[in-house]
Design a binder for this molecule. Structure first.
Ligand code: HEC
Ligand code: HEC
Ligand code: HEC
Ligand code: HEC
Ligand code: HEC
Length: 224
């Protein structure tokens, strides 16, 4: 039973009128508690359950390396003669400097001991990785379309540390595809790279509906 012992609150009368008002009050209160709880569940807890996190095998510092290399980003990410993109670097791009450890950081020692001296490639995790059914070409966008890396990838190239890689437990997609916002909203062009995001730009830029590269049309411009 209700009882507001406070003087300025309604006190239940014989007819039980305020009891009714109280019940309504509780319903509204529970409604809000429920709403807040489901918002927390939906926006905070669920995304954390939905994605599992992994650290990169080696934490790579882009900012530091941009001061050491001669050829900018292309020292490590370049187009081969046949137009294919090298993607994530192999040991070949590291070995001229890291044959032996230069500094004393644990990250560099780990890199030299576990990978360079054993000649094992580092199994980098690819944030922007698309599912296998998708065909993507860097040459079409960077060379022909003259786009910069930041448009699609954000500021990884200026970063001092690689963020954790998050994978969706249900779809197996990298979190960078759907984006970190669970509602799918994006502020920046690089926040998200779902089919809609590719198409949105293709429509705007009036991209051919048949591919020069694969000579296929329609869905098969982007699908294998
Ligand atoms: C000395 C080598 C080196 C240089 C120079 C370099 N990178 Fe990287 N980059 C790496 C390594 C190693 C990774 C880790 C692989 C990964 O996480 O994909 C990486 C990852 C990336 C990725 C993440 C791709 C993904 O989806 O996982 C982007 C984007 C990138 N680099 C852009 C750049 C840009 C832009 C520049 C120039 C401003 C640059 N990098 C210069 C070595 C380099
Ligand atoms: C042009 C020379 C050069 C190249 C090429 C190069 N590095 Fe380095 N790297 C350096 C220097 C210089 C340092 C700083 C050494 C120190 O004092 O620890 C460094 C540091 C590092 C560190 C330790 C950074 C830290 O924050 O603790 C790692 C890990 C590393 N490099 C990985 C790589 C990988 C992976 C590649 C190839 C994709 C690569 N490096 C290519 C010169 C180079
Ligand atoms: C139009 C958007 C777009 C632009 C512009 C772009 N990328 Fe990418 N990048 C992607 C997509 C999408 C993938 C994933 C491709 C896949 O999984 O097949 C990717 C993958 C990568 C990878 C990982 C490749 C691997 O699997 O080893 C690196 C590294 C990378 N990009 C670096 C760069 C750099 C450096 C630039 C600028 C020279 C650049 N990208 C420009 C969209 C873009
Ligand atoms: C910022 C705009 C933009 C975004 C985002 C974008 N594209 Fe493109 N894409 C273009 C442009 C412009 C071209 C045409 C380049 C040229 O050949 O002139 C193109 C061409 C292509 C081609 C080659 C077609 C041919 O002619 O061979 C493929 C494949 C492709 N895009 C796939 C993708 C996929 C997959 C994504 C999403 C992961 C994507 N694109 C995101 C602008 C974009
Ligand atoms: C501009 C590039 C582009 C075009 C054109 C395109 N797709 Fe996609 N599609 C993608 C990308 C990127 C993904 C992966 C990301 C995602 O799931 O949104 C995808 C994912 C899909 C998936 C989900 C696959 C899975 O494994 O979950 C289906 C189904 C699909 N596309 C069907 C189509 C059909 C049908 C068409 C033609 C009407 C089409 N796509 C045209 C880029 C494209």
């Amino acid at each position: 039973m209700t009882t507001f012992d406070d003087k300025n609150k309604i006190v239940a009368d014989e007819a039980g009128n305020s009891k009714q008002a109280d019940t309504a009050g509780y319903i509204i209160l529970f409604f809000f508690i429920g709403l807040v709880a489901s918002l927390v569940l939906g926006w905070v807890i669920y995304p954390n359950l939905l994605y599992s996190k992994k650290s990169q095998p080696i934490d790579f510092n882009h900012a530091l390396h941009m001061e050491e290399v001669d050829n900018g980003c292309e020292s490590c990410h370049f187009f081969r003669k046949d137009g294919t993109f090298s993607g994530a670097p192999t040991l070949q791009q590291c070995i001229e400097c890291h044959e032996e450890p230069m500094g004393e950081t644990t990250e560099e020692l780990k890199f030299v001991e576990e990978y360079v001296s054993k000649q094992r490639e580092v199994p980098w995790l690819i944030y922007s990785k698309q599912p296998d059914c998708v065909f993507f070409s860097h040459a079409a966008h960077v060379l022909a379309g003259k786009m910069d890396c930041v448009f699609c990838h954000g500021h990884i190239g200026e970063s001092e540390s690689l963020k954790p890689y998050q994978v969706n437990r249900i779809t197996g997609y990298s979190r960078d595809i759907w984006g970190t916002n669970i509602g799918g909203f994006k502020k920046n062009s690089w926040d998200r790279m779902k089919m809609d995001d590719c198409s949105e730009c293709h429509v705007r830029e009036n991209v051919r509906q048949a591919s020069v590269q694969t000579e296929k049309g329609g869905c098969f411009v982007c699908h294998k």
